[in-house]
Design a protein around this ligand. Structure first.
Ligand code: XIL
Length: 380
């Protein structure tokens, strides 16, 4: 016999209840009522309640697979490896997974002459077993680089060889098993200037290294779609303009760049980027694929720590609008949320006072945002 489910902590029970009870007038047109299956067992994800099943053919709904990074400082074991309930939902709900930290330099290349593929392999194997595609993340970035690299004393020739070997080794290892790679991550600042100081590669080797990174990645896995990925590029602005110019430039040089993606770490403090679709279309028009790669929608939490129904409604609207924008653009076929449960979200750790950014509570109860995504996928 299955042991009885432990009683849920009050604060989450409250959220779930309020969200359910108020579904209706408040969520005008955004979320649908909770299906009856959910009332019986809040954790059973019946087929009609699965994002991946609701998605149109060829459209991938993804999530980050939690582990590494900020999780290492939390008092729980590695989520992806140890949390059974989490893994079950990950497999059932999503058709794409992105290693949240497990393919970043500090994780996968901890010493100059040593790679550690264990955590990344586990995700790629899980994805294969569950019929999911994988977004590789990331190869050229200013952050989460190991100390041996950032503080090393290398000549330019050595640095170039280090990057080339890394890309060749990592991309080569997963060749044929990665649908999209974030080759370059966050290479521009908010003004649309290349990060010539923070980014070790651009600082030491010059802007041409970006093109080389794409060339090396393409050589190592000609089937993978290679992306430029950043935050703050949801709208038409200086930063996305800079990407547009860069893409034109790279294409003119016949550099194999295939996609442009917006992370979409959104906050209800700011308005929704209403020109997201228009912006993605600019890249689509150049023949690029587009994607939403790290969507979450954080909010300022009330003192209780529990979002109000109005906050959850607003959040659901943001999620739905981001998805709808992507669905509307022909070659936007990959839509990824940066984690699906507040239990493991990076948001409270990085944004003081903000939280509740994902589509499920800490105990995996689905929020209005989840139902808004499900409904939008079914409509598509
Ligand atoms: C975050 C992870 O979620 C955290 O676990 C980690 O501690 C820091 O990085 N942009 C990106 C992601 O491209 O890799 C970042 O992920 C969030 C912002």
């Amino acid at each position: 016999m299955r042991p009885a489910r432990p009683i849920r902590p009050l604060r989450f029970a409250t959220v779930a209840l309020t969200a359910a009870a108020l579904t209706l007038p408040l969520l005008s047109g955004v979320a649908t009522a909770e299906p009856s299956a959910q009332r019986k067992d809040p954790h059973s994800h019946a087929k009609q309640d699965r994002l991946r099943a609701a998605a149109p053919k060829g459209f991938y709904v993804g999530t980050a697979a939690a582990g590494g990074g900020h999780h290492l400082e939390q008092d729980y074991p590695d989520p992806f490896t140890y949390d059974k309930e989490y893994r079950k939902i990950l497999g059932q709900q999503f058709s794409s997974v992105s290693p949240e930290n497990q393919m970043k330099w500090d994780a996968i290349h901890p010493e100059r002459d040593r790679y550690d593929f264990a955590a990344a392999d586990a995700i790629v194997d899980f994805a294969a077993k569950h019929g999911q595609v994988v977004r590789g993340h990331t190869l050229l970035w200013h952050s989460q680089n190991p100390a041996w690299l950032e503080q090393g004393d290398f000549t330019k020739a050595e640095l170039r060889a280090i990057l080339r070997d890394h890309i060749t080794t990592v991309v080569g290892r997963y060749a044929g098993r990665i649908q999209q790679w974030d080759v370059a991550n966050e290479i521009f600042d908010g003004e649309g200037n290349l990060r010539t100081q923070e980014n070790i590669w651009i600082r030491e080797l010059g802007p041409g290294i970006v093109a080389d990174a794409f060339r090396w990645a393409h050589r190592a896995d000609p089937r993978a779609k290679l992306f430029l990925n950043d935050y703050g590029v949801e709208s038409v602005n200086a930063k996305s303009d800079a990407y547009l110019a860069l893409v034109k430039d790279l294409r003119a040089q016949r550099v194999p760049v295939h996609g442009f993606s917006a992370q979409a770490h959104l906050s209800t403090r700011y308005g929704f980027p209403g020109d997201l679709e228009q912006n993605l279309r600019r890249f689509d028009a150049l023949g690029l694929e587009t994607a939403i790669t790290e969507l979450d929608v954080r909010m300022d939490l009330p003192e209780s720590g529990v979002p109000t129904p109005a906050q959850l409604t607003q959040q659901a609207e943001y999620y739905e609008r981001a998805l709808t924008a992507c669905l509307a653009v022909e070659d936007c076929n990959s839509f990824t949320i940066w984690g699906f449960t507040d239990k493991y979200s990076w948001v409270p750790v990085f944004f003081q006072g903000e939280g509740s950014a994902t589509v499920m509570t800490e105990d995996f109860s689905r929020k209005p945002a989840f139902y808004a995504l499900l409904a939008a996928l079914k409509r598509a």
